[in-house]
Ligand binder design. Structure first.
Ligand code: MD5
Ligand code: FE
Length: 206
């Protein structure tokens, strides 16, 4: 049952639960091909989550700024292909949230260990803000912070757990957001971590 918690932002609790084990198995295979790394932000701080990407484009951050690249700068290799299951699920969740024609050309894999969070930011490196972003959470629950159009707007909190899906589009696409540091815990499948799969249309237009 979908919950609209802001205009354009649709929460699909446990929507990916039935596929979570397969998503995690595939994610582990992909992580072996394209290891995560702690990117440096424009401001010169290392990100607490470690990340990598699959699909045609991967999000890259360094002293030059933020952008999408076709090759993983760590390995010099193209990002691994996005498995059909990932693409199909992301497209299905977008459709369930009311966004048709979602064709992700990028999926960022964010890996959070205990204590790692992500400060408030906007996602604005994609070509077409008409396209939503689909997020699938695996592993330990985390406190998601959903802010407004301005950095100063007080964020609302939403606990994102294993199998939860959120589709961010429309009015919420450029809202500030982040996650609080991951709390200690143990997940039967992932252990002491949280993985977030973030599907985007980096260059494609909806
Ligand atoms: C996460 N990742 O939980 C989130 C999921 C990132 C990131 O923020 O940039 O890798 S995506 C959350 C998101 C995307 C676009 C808009 C909004 C939230 N929003 O309006 O709150 O690791
Ligand atoms: Fe983000």
């Amino acid at each position: 049952l979908a919950q609209v918690f802001a205009p354009g932002a649709i929460y699909l609790p446990r929507a990916a639960l039935a596929n979570a084990a397969e998503l995690w198995q595939e994610t582990q295979r992909l992580l072996a091909l394209t290891p995560t790394r702690h990117s440096m932000t424009k401001r010169g701080f290392y990100m607490a989550s470690a990340l990598t990407a699959i699909g045609s484009w991967g999000w890259v951050s360094d002293h030059k700024g933020y952008r999408y690249e076709a090759f993983n700068p760590e390995t010099g290799l193209p990002w691994p292909a996005m498995p059909e299951l990932f693409f199909q699920l992301a497209q299905r969740f977008a459709a369930e949230a009311g966004y048709s024609n979602f064709q992700p050309d990028s999926c960022v894999i964010n890996d959070y260990v205990v204590g790692a969070g992500m400060g408030l930011h906007q996602d604005r490196d994609e070509a077409d803000f008409q396209a939503p972003i689909v997020s699938i959470s695996l592993g330990l629950p985390i406190s998601f912070q959903f802010g407004g159009k301005a950095r100063q707007d007080t964020p609302h909190r939403l606990l994102l757990s294993h199998g939860d899906v959120v589709v961010w589009g429309g009015e919420s696409r450029l809202n500030f957001h982040g996650v609080l540091p991951l709390k200690t815990g143990y997940h039967p499948l992932l252990g002491t971590r949280r993985i977030n799969l973030t599907f985007r249309m980096a260059y494609a237009h909806i």
